[in-house]
Design a protein around this ligand. Structure first.
Ligand SMILES: [Fe+2]
Ligand SMILES: [Fe+2]
Length: 264
């Protein structure tokens, strides 16, 4: 039986084991790329993706303070990033399956399937680093902030694009170079190359967010900047944390006034 793209997406979302989630992501991404899926379909995604028993999910404020330096600090950092990437895989498939009523062009699905595949590669890289340090994903608690952002934007594609790729993923572009510098100065030669790969892929993810947000604004005859500010006022009123990585954001096609005016 040939699956539709949204059935494939839901299969990944309902798979709890992280490495199996990655394996399926690669297989379905290749199926979609090579035309082996039966169109987009309209299978609705679950409210929450399946997740392994571990890590334990804690509210953000209950997270233990991370120690820096040494293998323990490194494991803490990589584990936190691996958790973000695992969420990002699900966010990629969720955006594919959740907004079919918007009747988006094929290029939209191509982009988010590619994003999901990139996120699977990122997770696998970080899990590999954890393994090299004698640890694995699930060893430490993690927080549930990313999926909460998904739930708060489950009703509107423009809200999802504004909050997830254009805010949370763009924030990663701002912080990653500093993290890489810090790790390199501490003599870490293992983590920085992985973070460089992630950083470059994430520029594309932010770009996809900006591109499809602009497409939807155009389609409605709205000004992109005004629409972005309106959605952010409604769904992410806390404002954005400066300083920004203007170079990377420009590479992603993110117009500076759109985000700069929201700096707190
Ligand atoms: Fe990623
Ligand atoms: Fe991403």
């Amino acid at each position: 039986m040939t699956l539709t793209l949204t059935q494939a997406a839901c299969t990944v979302l309902l798979t709890a084991d992280p490495l199996e989630k990655c394996r399926l992501t690669h297989a379905f991404a290749a199926d979609w790329r090579d035309g082996r899926l039966d169109g987009v379909g309209d299978t609705a995604p679950p409210a929450r993706p399946a997740r392994p028993e571990k890590p334990q999910l804690l509210p953000f404020k209950a997270m233990p303070r991370r120690s820096y330096g040494g293998d323990k600090g490194r494991i803490g950092l990589i584990h936190a990033l691996a958790h973000i990437e695992l969420n990002a895989i699900d966010l990629g498939w969720d955006i594919v399956a959740r907004f079919v009523a918007e009747d988006m062009p094929k290029a939209f699905y191509d982009d988010w399937v590619r994003v999901a595949r990139d996120e699977a590669i990122h997770f696998e890289m970080l899990e590999g680093l954890l393994n090299q340090l004698g640890a694995r994903y699930g060893d430490l608690p993690a927080h549930d902030g990313l999926w909460q952002a998904a739930e708060k934007t489950a009703d509107a594609l423009m809200a999802r694009l504004a909050v997830v790729p254009m805010t949370l993923e763009a924030r990663g572009l701002d912080t990653t170079p500093t993290t890489v510098d810090k790790l390199s100065r501490n003599g870490d030669t293992l983590t920085p190359p992985a973070l460089e790969v992630i950083y470059h892929d994430e520029i594309y993810h932010v770009a996809a967010g900006v591109r499809w947000f602009s497409y939807l604004a155009d389609r409605k005859g709205e000004d992109g900047e005004t629409a972005f500010h309106a959605w952010m006022a409604e769904r992410y009123p806390a404002g954005l944390k400066a300083p920004f990585n203007h170079e990377a954001r420009a590479e992603a096609g993110f117009p500076r006034p759109w985000y700069e005016k929201l700096a707190r």
